[in-house]
Design a protein. Structure first.
Ligand code: PHB
Length: 388
């Protein structure tokens, strides 16, 4: 009797010791897929830095589990993003997929999220339709129509009637063109020409020559984060500003990551966007200072904020679900309302898309550095693309 008691006590002891190690090893895994090399590496660098800052500030344990951040470079090739996502889901059994630096990368992965019921937090890509590609997508970046419509409302009241549009020829560029043109036309303005340039390594010269000949009041541009500097340089070289053509666009063209290196041609450029590193709030000042300190002075751009807020959405959902996954984790992401470095931010439970302020900004020199200075706020903007 005594011996049997002893044996079963030993068994219980062994089992709980085993369970103890299992619990200690239980992890909450975040698979972060980003372009870390190639032409869009600045997006990957910004988002990875923001995710690491979030973890440093909020701890590496959440919902009782140890956080494991697995960062993978997809080189901005959609088939690579998709393969990595598959591996992260099947082999690593991640609780959540995150990142997605460009629209085609997010769209390639959406079916994997749906099939495996894995929440997919889109921190960068911004074509309106991405949230409809899978019910597991939650977006913390922005949607291009939010910015495009806001600018098209500002333009006709500020002496600009005739506009030529120039966009990258893929999802976000087409959204930027379509929603700007529709709204400007509705507001009594005119888009006299729509130009589309290749997404990768565009040569703007022939397009800019055409714009010069058309002599519009303004040239409205969307190019993805990182490509704005080349556009700005060629705009100046062709003397477009001297010819009286104003440059306007979504804030992607005056990206905080490279704005300071663009020089005087960027000074005075008016854009619309959801984030500026000079956004005037105590929370943003703290965020920018901490980000710059942790990254050798690198200024955070809107990609960093998409990554930082994405981590917040993931952490809060992990807390609510005690490190959960699948539908439970997804549901805990929906409806989150909080203050972001960008301002107030809301994840609409119906659309799983971000609702936030859009600001009209002008590039100005502050303390010898170029910044997007916000001067007008359109509050709580939902994606106008969702009403179509
Ligand atoms: C996108 O591919 O969706 C994208 C990339 C960069 C941006 C905006 C949108 O700045």
């Amino acid at each position: 009797m005594q011996k049997r008691y002893f044996l079963s006590a030993l068994m219980v002891g062994l089992l709980s010791a085993y369970a103890g190690t299992a619990a200690a090893q239980e992890k909450f895994k975040i698979g972060l897929i980003l372009p870390m090399t190639g032409p869009f590496a600045s997006t990957g660098k910004q988002i990875e830095a923001a995710a690491r800052l979030y973890i440093a500030q909020n701890g590496d344990t959440v919902g009782g589990k140890k956080v494991e951040l697995i960062v993978k470079d997809d080189t901005s090739a959609p088939d690579v993003t998709k393969r990595i996502a598959q591996e992260l889901v099947v082999n690593d059994k991640v609780n959540v997929l995150a990142g997605f630096g460009l629209t085609p990368l997010a769209l390639a992965t959406a079916p994997i999220a749906t099939q495996s019921k894995t929440p997919m937090v889109v921190m960068a890509a911004a074509t309106s339709s991405i949230t409809q590609a899978s019910p597991y997508v939650v977006r913390t970046s922005f949607a291009l129509p939010q910015a495009a419509v806001a600018l098209a409302d500002w333009v006709p009241n500020n002496g600009i009637k005739k506009v030529v549009t120039l966009v990258s020829d893929y999802g976000p560029g087409i959204d930027a063109e379509k929603f700007f043109k529709e709204r400007l036309t509705f507001n009594g303005g005119q888009v006299v020409e729509t130009l589309r340039v290749p997404m990768r390594n565009p040569d703007f010269a022939p397009f800019l020559q055409k714009v010069r000949d058309l002599k519009p009041d303004a040239l409205y541009v969307f190019v993805p984060s990182g490509a704005g500097a080349a556009l700005m340089k060629q705009f100046a070289e062709r003397g477009m500003d001297k010819a009286g053509i104003k440059l306007i666009g979504t804030g992607d063209i005056t990206d905080d990551d490279i704005l300071n290196s663009m020089g005087d041609v960027a000074n005075g450029v008016v854009t619309s966007h959801h984030y500026s590193a000079s956004h005037n709030s105590p929370l943003n000042k703290k965020f920018v200072a901490a980000f710059e300190k942790a990254n050798a002075g690198m200024r955070p751009n809107f990609m960093a904020v998409g990554g930082y807020d994405g981590m917040r959405v993931i952490y809060e959902a992990a807390k609510t679900t005690k490190g959960g996954s699948g539908d439970a984790l997804l549901n805990a992401m929906k409806g989150q309302l909080f203050e972001s470095p960008r301002g107030p931010m809301f994840i609409d439970a119906q659309t799983r898309d971000v609702v936030h302020n859009i600001y009209i900004r002008k590039v100005e020199k502050v303390g010898g550095q170029l910044y997007n200075q916000e001067f007008s706020t359109i509050p709580d903007v939902k994606d106008p693309g969702k009403n179509k």
